[in-house]
Design a protein around this ligand. Structure first.
Ligand SMILES: Cc1cc2nc3c(=O)[nH]c(=O)nc-3n(C[C@H](O)[C@H](O)[C@H](O)COP(=O)(O)OP(=O)(O)OC[C@H]3O[C@@H](n4cnc5c(N)ncnc54)[C@H](O)[C@@H]3O)c2cc1C
Ligand code: SF4
Ligand code: SF4
Length: 428
């Protein structure tokens, strides 16, 4: 079904769509009538649409202004440029790990604990739309069991902030919110106007998100049995691990992924996600992910960046139920970046199978590990997305690329100048 309309045709008022229906739509349909860059954060599907201009990260990236409000400062040189401002970094896992969670289940356990202890009256979290495994359906959970039932990723664009309309209508004043960086930006930008007494923001890292139909296409291309995939993740060993209904694990090297079958990156990732500069969810109270944690994935170690005082309170709540270990870090990401920048300028042809196996072996053996792996992928995405904005949405650069991006990438300024024939620094 196409929603293309003549630019001159008058816009008919549309009845609001149900969230479960939105989750299943293709990109063109769900984003029709929105700005070119839109990650469907949920502001524009509900009552909060009038807040779009002041909250949307793709209209005006206010991350550095919000950082100053939350922390009284901006990011310091070093890891904060990539990870966002944090007071503590921990590697931990739920003890025991929660079965069927995405990792060890820390995020949903925390949401459930907040309700159990009466610290909040509701948690905004993302369930699966009925009849699907991965189509996201954001909900306002009112009981710990309702939160726990939302464990596991639905790795698609989810209009989670739409649920703020329900929060307002039901008169709740103390809530927790679980979401991605673009969503947290919008939430923080209007936080003061929501009339909430207390808000806990639990962030998950996020990159290269997609719509549900595109996720299905992706699984068709990647997996030998797309219908039976129950869990998948881009692992720190440079492979996608896909778990099937029968418990078997399929592993696909990143280098073996044939993106051309998906129409290239632009064929599968929305332009918004290719213009995103907050992989680590820097404006959350705490971010819980996996990418800085050690492997193997079966051990389910996670990492958290505890950012605010409220984030420290959240981690204390979880602490009795977790075990911790020291972070690890290995390898040197800066050696690979010049090659990555070259490949970004001139994408190489797909290498023959034996060469790809050799590359995958070298990546696993000598590639960056632990925290260095996290630094490496964040840097690559910052650079790729900066270049995407410059090539496709150049006029927006000043408004949507935050200053920390240029500081984070400054060490590669010479290589960038050589490859792209222009300065990495922002236009004057
Ligand atoms: C699209 C996507 C990409 C991600 N990429 C990375 C990454 O590159 N590196 C990394 O370290 N972590 C990434 N994560 C986060 C990571 O996969 C786990 O979600 C996180 O570590 C929490 O695991 P857990 O076991 O504690 O969560 P669980 O206890 O299993 O709970 C999962 C939580 O995720 C929420 N959720 C699920 N799908 C969505 C969605 N589409 N939008 C918003 N919230 C959702 C649910 O509300 C639930 O509360 C990504 C998550 C998503 C959705
Ligand atoms: S990202 Fe959110 S605020 Fe921005 S246009 Fe899309 S729905 Fe609206
Ligand atoms: S990649 Fe960025 S823009 Fe896309 S959903 Fe994730 S946080 Fe939002």
């Amino acid at each position: 079904m196409s929603t293309a309309r003549s630019p001159k045709a008058p816009r008919q008022p549309q009845p609001p769509r149900q969230l479960a229906e939105i989750a299943l739509l293709a990109r063109e349909e769900r984003l029709a009538g929105r700005p070119k860059l839109c990650s469907d954060c949920g502001i524009c599907t509900g009552e909060l649409r009038p807040f779009m201009a002041q909250s949307c990260v793709f209209v005006n990236n206010r991350a550095e202004e919000i950082e100053r409000r939350l922390h009284g400062r901006n990011r310091r040189d070093g890891d904060e440029l990539l990870f966002g401002i944090y007071r503590e970094l921990r590697v931990f896992r739920m003890n025991p790990p929660v079965p069927d969670a995405q990792w060890s289940g820390a995020v949903t356990s925390l949401g459930a604990l907040l309700l159990e202890r009466g610290l909040v009256e509701g948690v905004i979290t993302t369930a699966a739309a009925p009849g699907t495994r991965f189509a996201p359906l954001p909900i306002l959970a009112r009981t710990p069991d309702e939160v726990r039932a939302t464990r596991g990723n639905k790795p698609c664009l989810a209009p989670t902030l739409d649920i703020l309309t329900q929060v307002r209508q039901s008169g709740l004043r103390r809530i927790a919110y679980i979401g991605t960086g673009c969503q947290v930006h919008a939430l923080r930008a209007i936080e003061d106007q929501l009339g909430l007494e207390r808000l806990y923001v639990i962030g998950i890292p996020c990159t290269d998100n997609t719509t549900y139909p595109d996720l299905q296409r992706f699984l068709q291309v990647v997996s030998r049995s797309p219908e039976t995939v129950v869990h998948h993740e881009f692992m720190q060993d440079f492979r996608i691990w896909l778990k099937h209904e029968d418990g078997s694990i399929e592993k696909v090297n990143f280098v073996d992924l044939d993106v051309s079958k998906l129409g290239g990156e632009l064929g599968v990732f929305p332009p918004a996600c290719l213009s995103c500069f907050d992989y680590q969810n820097g404006l959350s109270d705490l971010t819980i992910g996996y990418m800085g944690a050690p492997l193997p994935p079966t051990e389910r170690w996670q990492w958290t960046l505890i950012r605010t005082e409220r984030g420290a309170e959240l981690y204390q709540l979880l602490r009795p139920y977790v075990e911790e270990r020291e972070p690890i870090s290995g390898g040197d990401r800066t050696r690979g970046m010049p090659v990555y920048i070259q490949m970004l300028r001139k994408p190489p042809r797909r290498a023959p199978w034996p060469i790809r196996q050799l590359v995958a072996f070298i990546q696993r053996r000598s590639g960056p590990k632990g925290l260095e792996f996290a630094r490496s992928v964040i840097e690559m995405k910052l650079l790729r997305n900066l270049q995407f904005v410059r090539e496709r949405h150049g006029r927006l650069e000043r408004r949507i690329v935050p200053g920390y991006v240029y500081r984070a990438l400054a060490r590669y300024a010479d290589v960038y100048r050589r490859e792209f024939g222009r300065e990495l620094a922002p236009p004057a």
